[in-house]
Design a protein around this ligand. Structure first.
Ligand SMILES: [Fe+2]
Length: 264
């Protein structure tokens, strides 16, 4: 791929997103969230790519994946008014379908197109399939890390907004913020077991799921970025402070620091 092709995809993305907005304020506020998310994931990807010292060619593929990874989110919200995959549709799969239907990646070399599609297809899955080739696996890992970095930013901001002004929070609140969490979620984080979205019942369950994501982070550069940005600390700060939660925080942040120390 060349830079010119990525520039063309940026134009397509802008047009595509502009065409999704409608006269429903609730839908638009949620779509804007994903538009901004996609753009910030591009920035996070550019940061990781620099830290990892990738070639220009690899950088273009990585940025293409970042730009397009969530295009399925727009159709998902318009159709179902939720971003909850188990309650609607697998948005990673839908992203690939949207791109194929519109022929967006048609002009791209087949080998590169397959890498892009694989990374988009699996970016939101709980775990990656075991039979991925080395290159597909690398780009899958990269988008999953960049995506998580921005989800930490968005979640921290969202929890802050909701705490400060719940009445005017236009975004969809999936779960009750009732200060309760499922003890099994804490167990899962302790045991490094990734939590399924279908298991979530409260906003604190969601926060625990987000803490547990650190065990699915792939690159030292990402761990460093998490510590630098401090959004995960902020998310953890919204959890009730009891003994179990304090222990889990210690464990999660201890793990991040150990991974940074190990990576050099
Ligand atoms: Fe996604």
């Amino acid at each position: 791929m060349e830079q010119g092709q990525l520039n063309g995809l940026k134009v397509w993305f802008d047009d595509f997103v502009a065409g999704c907005y409608c006269d429903d304020e609730f839908v638009n506020a949620n779509l804007k969230l994903k538009e901004d998310h996609s753009r910030r994931v591009c920035d996070e990807t550019a940061h990781l790519v620099d830290e990892l010292g990738l070639s220009d060619g690899q950088k273009i593929i990585a940025e293409t994946i970042a730009l397009l990874h969530d295009v399925g989110r727009f159709a998902q919200f318009i159709r179902y008014r939720t971003y909850n995959d188990p309650k609607s549709v697998n948005h990673s799969k839908l992203s690939v379908e949207v791109l194929r239907e519109a022929g967006v990646l048609d002009g791209i070399d087949e080998r590169e197109r397959k890498l892009i599609e694989a990374a988009i297809r699996y970016h939101g899955e709980k775990a990656l399939p075991e039979d991925l080739d080395e290159q597909s696996l690398f780009y899958c890992k990269l988008i999953r890390d960049a995506d998580k970095l921005d989800v930490f930013y968005v979640a921290a901001k969202y929890y802050r907004q909701y705490r400060d002004d719940p009445e005017n929070c236009k975004l969809e609140l999936e779960f009750p913020d009732n200060g309760k969490y499922c003890p099994e979620m804490v167990e899962s984080v302790f045991k490094h077991r990734l939590i399924d979205y279908g298991e979530l019942r409260t906003l604190d369950d969601m926060r625990l799921l987000q803490l547990g994501w650190v065990y699915d982070v792939n690159f030292t550069a990402t761990f460093k970025r998490i510590r630098q940005q401090k959004f995960l600390e902020e998310i953890a700060g919204f959890l009730p402070s009891d003994e179990k939660i304090e222990k889990i925080k210690e464990k999660v942040f201890g793990y991040i620091d150990s991974m940074i120390a190990r990576g050099g």
